[in-house]
Design a protein around this ligand. Structure first.
Ligand code: ATP
Ligand code: MG
Ligand code: MG
Length: 353
């Protein structure tokens, strides 16, 4: 990988900008820079060019994006069969690192918004899930953790007649498994328990985010839309009806920010069958006292309630969950079972792609 990074840097030095891309409109912006729809005068096609902010930290991370994506594209998915965005070019322009990608369509968050956040039909949830999983298998085989899987980073593939399709984009936060550097990663709603708690992480964190995305595609709203990390954790505990396992809590660096060690007597009164734990989640007041500031707990707007209830009563078309037709009931049960494997607190028990 360090060879790759060296190669990318050398390529950049050797390339001179040749006014190949003509900016047509802005497509979006993120933390790292802006993305523009451009006309490629060499191939006569539209491409999406990500212009990285010209600050060293962003530059370094974008070099990583180029390196990991070229490895994924060329070595692990040479025939473009696994729903990972294709990188077409990269160059320096006025001190900005720029990356050209194939032009894709709207992202899944925009799709949900256009659908009034009511969620997609199960058949689309299934199609998209299968395709994202296909990408995750390739990433796992390559030992790459995406670290920022969320609806904004999954794009619809345009014009493929009637067949709906998606691709995973934005490897700007990605890293190699076993060479993890950063502890503050993933977007909050999609942040895995091990990252929240400060525990060594693997490709399993992408599977957590993936589970959050699948649920969101179906119900139309984020599963754990916490206003703070503490709020996210509270929502996980409420929705999943349990808490992270004790051995994770014992070894994680940030446990004391969220949990109180109460010895070996604590049993959540919510779940009668939950195993006895040595930890309980802090109350809002305790968090406030500890941080001597108001906790960003936020409103508990929906979705609220247990996972199965969320799936059976959302989207709103299923509002009267008890009266679902039998086939849809079976589908919902299967979806809850699937989600249980993904939004599993224990990274070792969580399903792999
Ligand atoms: P983040 O804040 O998630 O880290 P970022 O700065 O890394 O974002 P990207 O996620 O790569 O940037 O791109 C930002 C947005 O631009 C995307 O969410 C998407 O809407 C749009 N976009 C990116 N790549 C493409 C593409 N190939 N085709 C069409 N639109 C794109
Ligand atoms: Mg992004
Ligand atoms: Mg990014």
């Amino acid at each position: 990988n360090s060879d790759l990074i060296l190669y990318v840097n050398l390529e950049l030095v050797n390339k001179k900008s040749d006014r190949r891309y003509v900016i047509k409109e802005m497509l979006g912006q993120g933390t790292f820079g802006q993305v523009a729809k451009c006309w490629d005068v060499e191939t006569n096609t539209y491409v999406a060019v990500k212009v990285i902010k010209n600050q060293p930290a962003f530059y370094q991370q974008a070099i990583m994006e180029v390196s990991l994506l070229s490895m994924l594209n060329e070595k692990f998915d040479p025939d473009d069969q696994h729903n990972i965005v294709r990188m077409l070019d990269f160059f320096l322009y006025q001190n900005h690192l720029c990356i050209a990608f194939e032009m894709l369509g709207h992202n899944l968050y925009e799709l949900l918004k256009r659908n009034s956040l009511r969620g997609l039909q199960l058949k689309y949830v299934q199609t998209f899930s299968r395709q994202i999983l296909d990408a995750l298998v390739v990433m796992k085989n390559a030992g790459i953790i995406h670290c920022d899987l969320k609806p904004e980073n999954i794009l619809i593939t345009p014009n493929v007649k009637t067949a709906a399709g998606v691709k995973v984009i934005d490897f700007g936060s990605a890293c190699m498994e076993g060479k993890t550097i950063y502890s503050y990663i993933q977007s909050r709603y999609y942040r895995s328990p091990e990252v929240l708690l400060g525990y060594p992480y693997t490709t399993a964190i992408d599977m957590w985010s993936f589970g959050c995305i699948v649920a969101e595609l179906y119900i139309g709203l984020p599963l754990f839309p916490g206003a703070s990390e503490y709020d996210v954790l509270c929502r996980m505990i409420e929705i999943l009806g349990g808490q992270p396992p004790d051995d994770l809590l014992r070894e994680a660096k940030n446990t004391a920010r969220f949990f109180k060690h109460v010895g070996s007597i604590y049993r959540s009164n919510e779940a009668q069958n939950a195993p006895v734990s040595a930890y309980r989640i802090l109350t809002g007041e305790e968090v406030e006292a500890r941080e001597s500031k108001k906790p960003k707990v936020g409103r508990w707007y929906f979705p609220r309630g247990r996972l199965d209830r969320l799936i059976f009563t959302y989207p709103w078309k299923n509002l009267n969950g008890e009266n679902l037709p039998e086939t849809e009931k079976t589908d919902c049960l299967a979806l809850v079972d699937f989600l249980r494997g993904l939004v599993e607190f224990d990274p070792n028990k969580r399903w792999s792609p």
